[in-house]
Design a binder for this molecule. Structure first.
Ligand SMILES: [Zn+2]
Length: 127
């Protein structure tokens, strides 16, 4: 199993899958314990494309880190969110492709990111 890095957006700090998976697991376990769960069935994650996080790596680390916890054997469902930007000049929004930081409508450079930086646990199922 390899965790090949992917970085479409140089300049943004790439997050580390191991650290992300650990904090995600901590959060899940905290919630599961609060709910008095016996086990965690499914975890729904939302990951923005811009974070550079590789879904296979998350799953790989999760299997490793969750051993012996309530979340062992849980299914991880990942929803990838494409990077979307909005042009400050013409106010149109568009999907941002790698290395292309210009507005396709007016060719302006003054754009801001409005989606693609997400990284959170959307919901989880416990028993
Ligand atoms: Zn524009």
């Amino acid at each position: 199993m390899t965790c090949r890095s992917r970085n479409y957006f140089p300049g943004f700090v790439r997050m580390h899958e191991l650290a992300i998976t650990q904090s995600m697991l901590d959060l899940v376990l905290e919630q599961a314990e609060k709910a008095g769960a016996r086990e965690v069935g499914k975890i729904n994650l939302v990951i923005g494309e811009m974070t550079g996080v590789v879904d296979d790596c998350i799953k790989f680390y999760f299997d490793f880190l969750s051993k012996g916890t309530l979340a062992e054997g849980a299914t991880i469902s990942l929803k990838m969110v494409p990077t979307v930007a909005q042009c400050r000049d013409c106010l149109k929004s568009f999907e941002l492709k790698e290395f292309d930081w210009t507005c396709p409508y007016c060719q302006g450079y003054d754009i801001k990111i409005i989606a693609g930086q997400e990284l959170f646990v959307e919901s989880m199922e416990v028993e």
